[in-house]
Design a protein around this ligand. Structure first.
Ligand SMILES: [Zn+2]
Length: 511
């Protein structure tokens, strides 16, 4: 895919995050997707030299976990934040930590005769687990339930017009009917929204490493956690140093190893020695990819001689799981093996780490093999390509006080040119370029004097240019000029434009 087409930009006015109103701005996209599904568009196949009817379908969405909530309509906070377990979750709220906790929610995924299920000491004290994994809800049932709960679509009630859906936070977490349900095929999809492996892996890694290194403010083993521990577990290290914490000498040994001995091939990872902060005893400035590399390539053996054997094995297990999950080729047997292993891996961590360690990011890996079985290798379903692409728009920023606006201005100039270069013959492009150069020259000459008064004159000239080209059947030039006019008018700050019949305002809002 060409880089120019990786992002489909939409204009979201205003300084504030759209949050639930995002669906309002997705309406043009959904309209086009519906058209592409129902009617299709005429396209030209260069290899066969013939026209064909092109239809398109939206397979799934890829986003981080907060955006998952905005796109799917399932709130990703609180006790019911897992979109797979839904109301069948065993998550609870910690008494002192006051956070939702997924501790001991994974024994139910183990085989029914597994000894862990009957243990009353290793996990929640005096609790045995006999339940099976939570059932999966298919698209048609969700669609039906949304109607039953009375979840409204934002495009009908408006961004601020939502009333709380019946039973939200208690029996379900649907806060709206996502606009994607307007697509006729959406309820037949088996995988609609992807859990982003990149962010899950990064958060999981940070939680582990900060707890092992006991980084103040970041560790999950804090005072509140120690107060909560006796309420849920029968463990004897309430007052002493827990087995998963590195002692000072071992920590120095670990950092020395990272600084002196760890070497990767060129371009494989950034220089990890720069991330070691001896003074504060932690890693600093690690990017998502650094976490990815350390998690998969170093964790499986890093703590072999530094921590106890059972702790090392539990930590290595999660590193190996992510390494296998992210492999380029996945087989049915491999995915079955991952599904079988992950409950055991998380249970091994539950045996060691305190309940406060298990937030939703430590729970979500349990559903990743199932998504891999439906959607294939994670390389096509995670955020890395999009995050990396952001490097290029960020290079375009000239005005640091208005970063987003600066990116939009540069991208909007480039897009018509790219489209023209791909769609039309060179001689047409040259003519269009000439027209655009004239237009820009006109704009630069006219604007400094008296922008609003000169507008009719500009419109008249542009109108003439469009009419002439229309008569000579150069429709593409007409379209291009129109795009350019919109850009010029936006630059002149004559008006800001919003989508779908919102009011057109004479003064631009701050961005
Ligand atoms: Zn779940």
């Amino acid at each position: 895919m060409r880089r120019e087409f990786l992002f489909l930009s939409i204009l979201v006015p205003g300084p504030e995050h759209p949050k639930r109103s995002l669906d309002i701005f997705l309406q043009p996209l959904i309209y086009e997707l519906q058209m592409l599904w129902d009617h299709g568009v005429e396209a030209f196949d260069v290899s066969c030299q013939q026209n064909f009817k092109m239809r398109a379908v939206l397979m799934w969405t890829i986003s981080d976990f907060p955006a998952y909530g905005m796109l799917s309509g399932w709130t990703t906070h609180g006790r019911l934040s897992c979109p797979y377990c839904e109301e069948n979750t065993d998550a609870f709220q910690l008494k002192h930590g006051r956070k939702s906790c997924w501790f001991d929610c994974h024994r139910r995924f183990l085989p029914s005769d597994h000894p862990y299920r009957r243990s009353t000491t290793l996990f929640t004290k005096n609790k045995k687990v006999f339940d099976g994994p939570p059932p999966l809800t298919d698209g048609s049932t969700i669609f039906h339930l949304l109607g039953e709960f009375g979840a409204e679509s934002t495009s009908y009630c408006g961004g601020n017009g939502h009333v709380p859906v019946y039973g939200v936070g208690e029996v379900h977490n649907w806060h709206k009917k996502s606009i994607f349900w307007d697509l006729p095929y959406w309820k037949n999809h088996l995988l609609r929204h992807n859990l982003d492996v990149m962010h899950i892996e990064k958060n999981f890694f940070e939680n582990i490493i900060n707890t092992i290194l006991n980084v103040q403010g970041k560790t999950k083993d804090n005072v509140k956690s120690r107060l909560d521990l006796p309420l849920y577990c029968s463990r004897d290290y309430v007052e002493v140093v827990p087995p998963y914490r590195l002692k000072v000498a071992r920590k120095t040994e670990f950092f020395d190893w990272i600084r002196e001995d760890v070497r990767f091939t060129d371009g494989y990872a950034s220089n990890l020695r720069n991330c070691v902060d001896y003074g504060q005893g932690k890693f600093t400035g690690m990017k998502s990819h650094d976490c990815h590399v350390v998690m998969q390539r170093l964790l499986p053996f890093a703590f072999e001689h530094l921590l106890e054997k059972n702790v090392h094995k539990a930590i290595a297990g999660i590193g190996v799981f992510f390494r296998d999950l992210c492999s380029r080729t996945l087989t049915a047997e491999g995915i079955a093996c991952l599904s079988e292993n992950i409950p055991m891996i998380i249970c091994n961590l539950e045996k060691l780490f305190p309940p406060s360690f298990f937030d939703v990011m430590e729970h979500l890996p349990i559903h990743l093999p199932q998504e891999a079985a439906l959607g294939g290798p994670v390389q096509y379903r995670w955020m890395y390509p999009f995050e990396r692409y952001m490097f290029h728009p960020k290079k375009k920023v000239k005005n640091l006080s208005k970063v987003e606006g600066s990116i939009v201005a540069r991208v909007s100039t480039k897009k018509p040119h790219t489209l023209l270069n791909i769609t039309f013959h060179r001689k047409f492009v040259r003519r269009v370029d000439d027209q655009l150069a004239m237009m820009i020259e006109e704009r630069d000459r006219v604007i400094p004097r008296m922008p609003l008064n000169c507008l009719p004159k500009l419109v008249e000239r542009v109108g003439k240019a469009i009419t002439e080209n229309y008569r000579s059947k150069n429709m593409h030039i007409c379209i291009c000029i129109f795009l350019q006019i919109v850009r010029i008018l936006c630059n002149m700050k004559v008006f800001t434009w919003t989508l779908y019949g919102r009011t057109t305002r004479s003064t631009p809002r701050k961005t």
